[in-house]
Ligand binder design. Structure first.
Ligand SMILES: *[C@@H]1O[C@H](CO)[C@@H](O)[C@H](O)[C@H]1NC(C)=O
Ligand SMILES: *[C@@H]1O[C@H](CO)[C@@H](O)[C@H](O)[C@H]1NC(C)=O
Length: 204
């Protein structure tokens, strides 16, 4: 009787141990996003032009962003820069394919140039955001608004180069989807930047 109940107790203990080890592991594996952090991303994204893309691209950084509008903007710019750089690399690869029609090759070369400019503008924005001070908050935000708007114009310019059915084909298909995504990410980042710039309480 004694032996059986203690074996029984041991089995329960083992089950409890396994369970706690399991939960400890799983919470170590996935970053902890509190409901408050997630809600902050959700409500900030709801003001953007493409809220679902905004939420999808930023919610994974929820614990890092916490509820900081500056980190939100910084992360949105980081995500946009990363996508722009990878698209730029892809376009350079495609442009090296032999047998591209001359018009397509020209559009691709133009795109590589303007997306390169856009990458520079995003990098400058991230750089200045890192040096923002209470004393030059408005000046810095105004620079960033100018650069990110310029990046958006560059992305539109790239798309315009591929306008028309005559440009249809592999290169256009490959580039178009990605440029549209970058333009949407940039547009979202600009809204978040404008929100940050317009709120006095956000002063660093
Ligand atoms: C932005 O990217 C840089 C470089 O990858 C990284 O060091 C920084 O922590 C990122 N910032 C945010 C807020 O995600
Ligand atoms: C804002 O001030 C900081 C610290 O003095 C400086 O590093 C940064 O370049 C300034 N930014 C602008 C836009 O003047």
């Amino acid at each position: 009787m004694e032996g059986s109940s203690s074996r029984h107790g041991l089995a329960i203990l083992l089950i409890i141990l396994q369970f706690t080890t399991y939960t400890a592991l799983s919470s170590a594996d996935t970053p902890f996003h509190s409901q408050r952090n997630i809600e902050y991303i959700k409500s900030s994204c709801s003001t953007t032009t493409y809220p679902r893309l905004c939420y999808r691209s930023l919610s994974i950084y929820a614990s890092k962003i916490n509820t900081s509008p500056r980190l939100l903007v910084h992360t949105a710019l980081n995500v946009t820069l990363k996508a722009s750089k990878s698209t730029s690399r892809l376009m350079i690869k495609i442009s090296r394919i032999h047998g591209l029609r001359p018009r397509v090759a020209a559009a691709m070369a133009d795109c590589i140039e303007v997306i390169g400019d856009s990458v520079d503008e995003l990098q400058q924005s991230i750089g200045e955001l890192g040096h923002i001070r209470r004393s030059n908050f408005s000046l810095t935000m105004s620079d960033i608004q100018t650069w990110v708007s310029a990046a958006l114009t560059d992305e539109d310019t790239c798309m315009d180069g591929f306008a028309g059915k005559a440009m249809n084909g592999y290169a256009k298909t490959m580039v178009r989807k990605r440029i549209v995504k970058i333009a949407h990410l940039t547009s979202n980042a600009l809204v978040l930047i404008n929100n940050y710039a317009s709120t006095e309480s956000n002063l660093p």
